[in-house]
Design a protein around this ligand. Structure first.
Ligand SMILES: NC(=O)c1ccc[n+]([C@@H]2O[C@H](COP(=O)([O-])OP(=O)(O)OC[C@H]3O[C@@H](n4cnc5c(N)ncnc54)[C@H](OP(=O)(O)O)[C@@H]3O)[C@@H](O)[C@H]2O)c1
Length: 225
């Protein structure tokens, strides 16, 4: 199980939520940003939040530029919007060679008139595009359906499944183990990376359901062994 996790673009909504939960589970976290100062500020804020959690171990959360975060970590999670993913990955590719990389990216737009709308990706999914941009990395997809709001409510278990897809079974196993570090989460093997488009798209549907019910919904797969 990797001890050190980089969150590339970890300064936004989902990165800090994942950082909080994974740091509470004892993992060392490197927050990446295009701006190292912003990365350091986000890391300091996460450490401050964790310092207020009763019984939490002192957290090892540090901020960096994305490239340095990728170099320092055993494993990386991509937590930037789809439109920023290509530029990010071209810049950090050498630092991610031979590493497990988890794409959490959902290719979508949000407009006032239409709400959440999935974008077509020529490669089939954001994760397959990431795999093409990172040919020497072990790219899997997952964590799409965990809302940042749920991740940040540290007094609540998450009670959700995380569907992981990928073509490298060991990398997929690692991603599922990371998912299961989060309280109330079960990792579910969704099969090959070509199925990532469906878990990415399912999140667009969840966001529509969220806007109808004013909730932060997630996924539970029934009848698993
Ligand atoms: N929010 C959620 O609940 C959630 C849940 C599941 C999956 N996701 C997926 O996770 C990813 C991040 O979501 P988010 O809501 O955290 O996004 P976000 O807050 O809009 O952005 C996250 C970070 O990405 C970096 N970034 C933004 N535009 C960029 C660009 N053009 N190039 C490079 N970096 C850029 C920024 O970091 P710096 O300015 O510090 O570089 C920003 O703080 C998305 O792909 C989303 O689909 C989100």
């Amino acid at each position: 199980m990797p001890e050190t996790i980089a969150l590339l673009g970890g300064t936004g909504r989902s990165g800090p939520g994942l950082a909080l939960r994974l740091a509470l589970a004892g993992r060392r976290i490197h927050i990446g940003s295009r701006d190292p100062e912003k990365g350091r500020a986000a890391a300091a804020e996460i450490r401050d939040t964790l310092a207020g959690v009763a019984g939490a171990q002192p957290a090892e959360v540090t901020g960096h530029d994305n490239r340095e975060a990728a170099e320092l970590a055993d494993i990386a999670m991509i937590t930037v919007p789809y439109e920023g993913m290509g530029g990010l990955l071209r810049g950090v590719e050498p630092a991610l060679r031979d590493k497990v990389v988890i794409s959490t990216v959902v290719p979508m737009l949000w407009s006032r008139e239409l709400g959440p709308t999935a974008l077509d990706v020529p490669e089939g999914s954001a994760a397959e595009q990431a795999a093409e941009l990172l040919p020497a990395s072990r790219v899997v997809a997952g964590f799409h359906s965990l809302s940042s709001a749920t991740l940040k409510r540290l007094d609540h278990p998450i009670d959700s499944h995380v569907i992981v897809t990928g073509d490298d079974d060991h990398a997929k196993q690692i991603a599922m183990e990371i998912a299961e570090l989060l309280p109330g989460v079960r990792g579910v093997n969704g099969g090959a990376l070509r199925y990532a488009r469906h878990s990415e798209g399912l999140t667009v549907l969840l966001l529509s359901i969220n806007s109808v019910y004013k909730r932060h919904t997630g996924v539970i797969i029934t009848d698993l062994p």
